[in-house]
Design a binder for this molecule. Sequence first.
Ligand SMILES: [Zn+2]
Length: 126
Amino acid sequence: MEQLSPGERRERAHAALAALGPRHGRTRLEVRCASGHHVATVSESPDGMLIYATTIGPHSHGSNDRVDTGHGTGEHGRPFVDFLDTGGLPNQEDDLPAGCECGPRILSRTALTDAVANQTRHLLID
Ligand SMILES: [Zn+2]
């Protein structure tokens, strides 16, 4: 993978996720909180890139969990999409923003990558 700035990488991740479509069946990992809220998802693109997707900002209670909509999501937080693999860029932050109804959270890029490598399908955080 060529060297991309974090912003470029996130744009590409967003495009890759959008290209999968809404029912892609390529989810590799689902992250939920102790209250059962959807926190984040990791999907795999056809070329094997792991795509992290979450929604940060205010969540409306009881709404759907779509994070792949790029427009008109102002009341439901905004999507944050990134590749887990930083493409060899040094000094990339391990912290990934996330959120659920409980509030903002931070997930570890390394922990998510490890979970997928270990074939973990569901990750519960507190
Ligand atoms: Zn929660």
